[in-house]
Design a protein around this ligand. Sequence first.
Ligand SMILES: Nc1nc2c(c(=O)[nH]1)N[C@H]1C(S)=C(S)[C@@H](COP(=O)(O)O)O[C@H]1N2
Ligand SMILES: [Mo]
Length: 255
Amino acid sequence: MTDSRARRRFLMQSISIVGGLLLAGCDRLSNSRWFTRMLAVAESLNAAVKKGTATRLSMAQEFSASDLSPSFRSNGTSRPSSAEYDRLAAGEFADYRLQVGGLVATPLSLSLDEIRALPSRTQITRHDCVEGWSAIGKWKGARLSALLQKAQPTSAAKYVVFRCADSLDASGSPYYESIDMDDAYHEQTLLAYELNDAVLPIENGAPLRLRVERQLGYKMAKYVMRIDLVDRLDDIGDGQGGYWEDQGYQWYAGI
Ligand SMILES: Nc1nc2c(c(=O)[nH]1)N[C@H]1C(S)=C(S)[C@@H](COP(=O)(O)O)O[C@H]1N2
Ligand SMILES: [Mo]
């Protein structure tokens, strides 16, 4: 991500330099060979930028109701084992609050009702797990972009970190994940509270789980308790941006 950001910034700067020359409207320049060559370079840079941008904005494939898997299996944690989670689940998550903090102008503490009141999206997508299974499910959730609009990330924010209620290892450190701002504002990136037209089951991440549809299953953090906007990932966990990333998996798990 950092690389593609840097590349894009470099390309944009190159283009605006050439653009500036063009705007100067210097006729003598158009006859010079170096200028013609530079235009050709700008053209190919421009194509590269368009291609890169299109890739970042592209939508994950969506399916129809007839494609739905008969059931959506659970993987990894099927229920966080903490007294606090038990308490929240016993009250059907009425006391649950999603904390949003870090590099934001307005930290938030939102109830599920407040999250359900945010602009939402419903989508039928295929979930691919690296362990070799896929399932097509229908998700409804708040758009992460709507939540960010409320929280107002500062200009320093580069990543969104999701901290979960469960832990997969003996050390007890919580499952966590992170995505960049391109994915955070993507139309299909949701904080899902419904699966297949029913309240999100505990085994699939109740009360709230991330959907970031152009990436693999392990990015889709379940049991999200806290969201932080940050400018770096190397000081969280083992520094690789997520629980499975810390074990060697790719941070950008694009498919
Ligand atoms: N908090 C948390 N999120 C998680 C996991 C987990 O164990 N804990 N497993 C991940 C993996 S590897 C996959 S494939 C999906 C599984 O989602 P599901 O249980 O709804 O099938 O959740 C991902 N998110
Ligand atoms: Mo997975």
